[in-house]
Design a protein around this ligand. Structure first.
Ligand code: KIV
Length: 271
């Protein structure tokens, strides 16, 4: 077991220390109390209350519809479950892009109403003012570059980003800018491994990858994908550690047949 036990509670500073000491950072999503309790108890370093809740919990096609109130509901359920992990909460689409004051108001609502420890925003220099304003209020910010699902209608597809030199150059500049502004960490989603390595070497803050290869400072996956609860999403970067979809289908099927056959409940399962 390579779980780290040096940190009783993971803070943004712990993550920076982990990078400095060459210890990889583990991060998973969670959106509710029960799952978060399992994930935290297993020793994860960071729980991301991702706006992927829009897809995973609500069945939307994109992350765009989820609201700030809904994110606060998910995040507060997660925060009630945790003893150790750092809880990072996504600012949802439309709550930070229009102006920096609105961005700060949104981040303050997340921190005040959910008890989360940090916020994550998608984008680089376009949202510089929003990031600055939030950081100035003492709220830790995690950046997110590469494939940024909130911009799906601009990209048109979920394919690998920054394969061309111009986009790769901008991504490196954005990562350096996020570090200069004071972001404590950066997520890189679905970019070439070689570029992700370059970014991780170019900044001191930890770079956490999803579909960005192994030469970064940590990894993040969507929990429901890695435990095989979802079975329709099969990108190359996803490793499934179990097949909960099939196990649950089998268990529910058995329950249905036990009810239909009057096998359940038996004499020991009644009062
Ligand atoms: O919303 C999310 O789950 C994310 C991860 C994919 C990084 O942003």
């Amino acid at each position: 077991m390579t779980n780290n036990s040096n940190y009783k509670r993971v803070t943004v500073k712990s993550l920076v220390d982990m990078k400095a000491q060459g210890e990889k950072i583990s991060m998973l999503t969670a959106y509710d109390y029960t799952m978060a309790k399992i994930v935290d108890g297993a020793g994860i370093d960071v729980i991301l209350v991702g706006d992927s809740a829009s897809n995973v919990m609500a069945g939307h096609e994109t992350t765009l519809p989820i609201t700030l109130d809904q994110m606060i509901y998910h995040a507060s359920s997660v925060v009630r479950a945790i003893n150790r992990a750092l809880v990072v909460v996504d600012l949802p689409f439309g709550t930070y892009q229009s102006d920096s004051k609105e961005a700060l108001r949104s981040a303050i609502r997340i921190m005040k109403e959910s008890g989360g420890h940090a916020v994550k925003l998608e984008g680089g220099k376009e949202i510089k003012d929003s990031i600055k304003k939030i950081l100035n209020a003492g709220i830790p910010v995690m950046g997110h570059l590469g494939l940024t699902p909130q911009s799906i209608y601009k990209f048109g597809t979920y394919t690998v980003r920054a394969k061309e030199e111009e986009e790769a150059k901008k991504l490196i500049e954005d990562a350096k800018m996020l570090e200069r502004l004071g972001c404590f960490s950066i997520v890189l989603e679905k970019i070439p491994a070689k570029l992700a390595k370059e970014v991780a070497q170019a900044v001191q803050v930890p770079v956490i990858g999803i579909g960005a290869g192994n030469d970064v400072d940590g990894q993040v996956l969507v929990l429901h994908d890695m435990i095989g609860m979802t079975n329709e999403f099969n990108p190359r970067f996803l490793r499934r550690y179990m097949n909960l979809f099939d196990s649950m289908t089998e268990a529910i099927g058995k329950y249905i047949s036990d009810v239909k056959s009057s096998d359940f409940p038996n004499a020991n399962e009644q009062y």
